[in-house]
Design a protein around this ligand. Structure first.
Ligand code: HEM
Length: 56
């Protein structure tokens, strides 16, 4: 079954994140996906993903 995702445009202006608001910041969102998806991102990679979402 496909997973339905949605655009992240304007995401920086609508904290907290996830349906239950468990993630206060986009840094937390990046770390959340790093852990649940087992991405093993470096600090630099995490900073880049957060910066990207801040820019959308
Ligand atoms: C580094 C990878 C990822 C980042 C940075 C990311 C970022 C985010 C953020 C910021 C949200 C919160 C949106 C909101 O509260 O309005 C979110 C929610 C969500 N993302 Fe991702 N995402 C990633 C990977 C994925 C992947 C791989 C999938 C699906 C295969 C996915 C599916 C979803 C779904 C279904 C939600 C809604 C969850 C909920 O509301 O509880 N994401 N994502």
């Amino acid at each position: 079954m496909p997973i339905k995702t949605f655009p992240l445009r304007g995401i920086k202006d609508s904290p907290p994140y996830l349906h239950d608001g468990r993630l206060p910041t986009l840094d937390d969102a990046t770390e959340f996906f790093n852990i649940v998806l087992e991405l093993r991102l470096t600090k630099k990679e995490k900073e880049a993903i957060t910066a990207y979402m801040m820019f959308l």
